[in-house]
Design a protein around this ligand. Sequence first.
Ligand code: ZN
Length: 95
Amino acid sequence: MWAQGERAWGICDICGERVKRNEMAPIVIKGKTIGVLACPSCWSEDHPQNWVGINMPPTRIAIRNPRPETALDSAWAFPPVPFETYSKLQGVSPR
Ligand SMILES: [Zn+2]
């Protein structure tokens, strides 16, 4: 059986101050408690910066049997061949 905590005291794991045990809260990093109980002045929520890189989509996704863009506008934006070759083949000139 555990004490109910209204009169229980606890020592903050961060600053060492004596505070009521029921006012202390666990420190959470990346959604998991790390076994540290903190007083209200030392406690801080799980910072979003801790989650950087956790939920990132994979960066390199290979495409099986890819096809290049053939639309004229995308060809202008990223010509798959040198412009001179492209313009001779397509009969276009710079805008
Ligand atoms: Zn503290």
